[in-house]
Design a protein around this ligand. Sequence first.
Ligand code: FEO
Length: 407
Amino acid sequence: MKADALKISDGVYWVGVLDWDLRDYHGYTLDGTTYNCYLVFGEKKTALIDNTYPGSSAQLWARIYDAFEQEGKEPKIDVIIQNHIEKDHSGCLTEFTKKFPELELYCSIKAVSGLKNHLPALADFKMNPVKTGETVELGGKTFTFLEAPMLHWPDSMFTFLEQDGILFSNDAFGQHICSSYRYDYEISEDILIQHAQKFYANLITPSSPLVLRKLTEVVELGLFEKINLIAPSHGQLWTDPLKIIAKYQEWGSGECKNKVTFLYDTMHYSTQSMAHAMIEGVISEGMEAKAYFLHTDDRSDVVTDVLDSKAIFVGSPTMMNNPYPSLGDLIYYFNALSFKKTGYQKKAVVFGSKGWGGGATKKLTSDLEGAGFDVVEQYDLTYIPTDEDMEKCYNIGKEIAKQLKDE
Ligand code: FEO
């Protein structure tokens, strides 16, 4: 196939893969993504930063050949920087080691065993583990490495290209977007930040304390003012690095909007009616409300809004003394993401309709407390809400919104 490389700096090319068709990435719903890879030409050596999913290398090779053609050089890769072992960035590594058996491979210490585990064909391949501050020279192009464990796997690292001020950050600062455009300014800022927020919420939230520490380390290493471009492994490249760095500081420190997120399921529309009445109460106080109906809505979208919400309102009917199963899916996910690690304990309101014995609100309260939420209100009613019940729901929404606004 034929595909063009995009020159992003002198001797530096984007040679990534556009995956227009991916709709689900381990439970994260998306509308396509990119696997960004970069080729850097030094005076003596040429380096490839990361690669792509197994089976999607044709596009990568086509762009690599185009970059060599643009540079007027014969294709030869001397160095591979493997910033992360997950298969969307390492899946084609064996293809490169077969074609260029002399190449030097650099990765973090943790990545060595991970790569050998993922790619048994590389069991005997020489890997060069690097630590923070170590460098590799290509001739007029110098890489400095920065380990970034748990951003978002133990092996993750960043690579900084000194002469061009480009931070190759791998998954950090990424977004699952597939478009014709590569740069931040080429798509709507609102859409871009929404995608970056979804990426953070679903993949980075549990590492929030490490995000803040890593950003401090970047400042201490003197890299902060040297970064001209952040080139992540998914989505758009940040020509305005401060914009996404400020967002990571905000999300990592648990900063919230005057916003609440509703998530609820329903059996015969009673719990849904309660939710709608509470939403009216919340918005009457000028707070933003987002609503997710769990019959159909997806967990990866729910948590995107939970990230910058001060509280969640969780509604479920009682079914066989328990919450609806769809709530169980989210509770597991809340446990995994651990929003409390952002340093802010979100509040929760639990509500629902029951028939006779009840049980959903009690179980949800205990599960949400276990997942780190502060449950400040529980309300359940029998069968169908009366006018008085609906008024009470409205007032609960209003009262909680009033309290949250002042926080
Ligand atoms: Fe984009 Fe952790 O892989």
